[in-house]
Design a binder for this molecule. Structure first.
Ligand code: ZN
Length: 254
């Protein structure tokens, strides 16, 4: 799970960004280790048990739709033959990440509709990250419907292609959100529950692993193998029933 890839990763929100140098080296690492990228549709097929994903496969996602994707991400992906999904905030397209203003970091520019359409033509999947990036579990029924179904319709109208995947803003979702996403016709949704995805994972609660500016080569490799950061993984292990000797989880799509 990525957000912005920028030479200025930020201050208060720094952990959500990475630098272009980090991104390049991470993609090189994937290629050198024999990983390929899969689409979210392939992740959903694996989760539903329809078709297993390749052993060394990751799906790359970019929340919020930052304009830096065009210069700092797309050329690197294309060089490696990788693909990704970009999640747009429907009412903020062409504007800035106004929902983060309260944290005090400078605003970041978001992709415009033309740019998003260009990405779609180049094989980047475009998903919805709701209409306004609000906390979905706090919303009334009609507001929730507008964020989930309304954002899908807006993006489909503007891009002229189906929007098949949803990303919960702030990762926040409850039963009502999950039901709303399924009812609106999405094929799947990504949360920010850490770990890998495998047969049996709920397609509307796909797991993701945040890659941060603090990740060096070693911690990125660890996240790639386990779907967890070191501390998260230790905490997850402790919660497992009969927690015994530690062994790494199998390769997984994350
Ligand atoms: Zn977001």
């Amino acid at each position: 799970m990525y957000h912005w890839v920028s030479g200025c990763p930020g201050d208060r929100l720094r952990a959500w960004g990475i630098t272009p140098e980090q991104f390049e080296s991470q993609m090189r690492h994937l290629a050198e280790e024999g990983y390929g990228t899969v689409s979210l549709r392939e992740v959903v097929e694996a989760a539903r048990g329809i078709r297993p994903a390749p052993q060394k496969a990751v799906a790359l996602t970019f929340d919020d739709g930052y304009a830096d994707f065009l210069h700092n991400v797309l050329p690197v992906l294309e060089r490696h033959g990788f693909t990704a999904t970009v999640f747009l905030v429907a009412d903020q397209v062409g504007r800035t990440n106004a929902w983060d203003a309260r944290h005090g970091d400078p605003p970041r520019t978001l992709l415009g509709w033309e740019e998003a359409a260009g990405l779609a033509r180049r094989g980047i999947e475009i998903g919805s990250h709701a209409r306004t990036h609000r906390f979905l579990p706090d919303l009334s029924g009609p507001e929730l419907e507008e964020e989930i179904r309304g954002s899908k319709e807006t993006i489909e109208d503007r891009l002229g292609r189906a929007v098949r995947f949803f990303s919960y803003p702030h990762g926040l979702h409850d039963e009502r959100c999950v039901a709303g996403v399924a009812a609106a016709g999405y094929e799947g949704a990504v949360a920010d529950i850490r770990g890998g995805n495998r047969a049996g994972t709920d397609p509307f609660r796909l797991r993701r692993t945040l890659v941060t500016v603090h990740d060096g080569r070693w911690s990125f490799a660890f996240k790639l193998r386990t779907g967890f950061g070191m501390r998260e993984w230790a905490e997850w292990r402790i919660r497992q029933p009969g927690c015994g000797p530690v062994s790494a989880p199998r390769e997984a799509v994350s």
